[in-house]
Design a protein around this ligand. Structure first.
Ligand code: SME
Length: 242
């Protein structure tokens, strides 16, 4: 767990409570108090990226964490502080994996697990515009399961589309351009790339597929595939226990 995730410790100080965590301190007035409105700190200008130091980067990270409105996009801040898209993706996956593992540690219901995973994946990645599951409900037939995003197709035969291919072959489908994929099903005309991972139970049966769709071309790569496959492997075990 990063130090930024460290839980604040609450301690009373006369008429107020102080919460202290790493790199921040927060004062909360007790109910009924008449504290003056909090002073807005004058924004400190960002040092020139060409002259930034490690201390500058740390200071910026702290200010972001403290909720200071720097009026800058995440992409700019990443670029400025030297965080590459690959690093940000790795951090996002690490957080998703940690949260999913913790949320599902004592869960044995497949729908609850799928809904939680869909929510986590949809929320974690800006590039993901649809995240969810199709379940095998009959031989060679998928039906939509828990998902987040726009409407999904309700039924998909194994013979059709990227989801069908993943279910039919029991192999992950990493598709950089869906328009060049034979028989792609356009549930949403804005989709350009997809990652579809089969969920396989301990008997080797495909029970569902995880479908991640993006409006961006080539939004997914081998890193996404590795993490999504790990989540689906754990889900396959969970489903197999029932
Ligand atoms: N992407 C899938 C169809 C499902 S949706 O896009 C939600 C496919 O081509 O198999």
């Amino acid at each position: 767990m990063s130090t930024f995730n460290k839980k604040p410790e609450w301690r009373p100080t006369g008429g107020a409570l102080i919460a202290e965590g790493v790199g921040f301190q927060l004062k909360v007035t007790e109910m009924g108090g008449s504290a003056p409105p909090p002073k807005r700190r004058k924004p400190k200008p960002l040092p020139d990226p060409g002259t930034r130091s490690d201390a500058d980067c740390l200071d910026l990270a702290r200010r972001q964490h403290a909720g200071e409105d720097l009026g800058l996009t995440q992409a700019f801040l990443d670029e400025w502080s030297g965080v590459t898209p690959a690093t940000r993706k790795a951090l996002a996956w690490a957080e998703v994996r940690e949260r999913v593992d913790s949320l599902l540690a004592d869960e044995d219901d497949a729908v609850a697990a799928m809904a939680t995973i869909a929510c986590e994946l949809f929320s974690a990645f800006d590039a993901v515009h649809w995240a969810g599951f199709y379940r095998v409900i009959a031989p060679d037939l998928l039906a939509v399961g828990p998902y987040q995003g726009g409407h999904g197709c309700l039924r998909i035969p194994f013979s059709r589309g990227v989801c069908g291919a993943a279910a039919r072959t029991a192999q992950t489908q990493l598709v950089h351009d869906v328009h060049s994929f034979p028989d792609h099903i356009a549930c949403s005309s804005s989709t350009n790339s997809e990652l579809v991972v089969p969920v396989i139970d301990p008997d080797g049966q495909v029970r569902a597929v995880l479908d991640l769709d993006s409006d961006l071309p080539a939004a997914f790569d081998a890193v996404d595939q590795r993490h999504a496959e790990a989540i689906c492997a754990a889900l396959g075990e969970l489903i197999g226990q029932r």
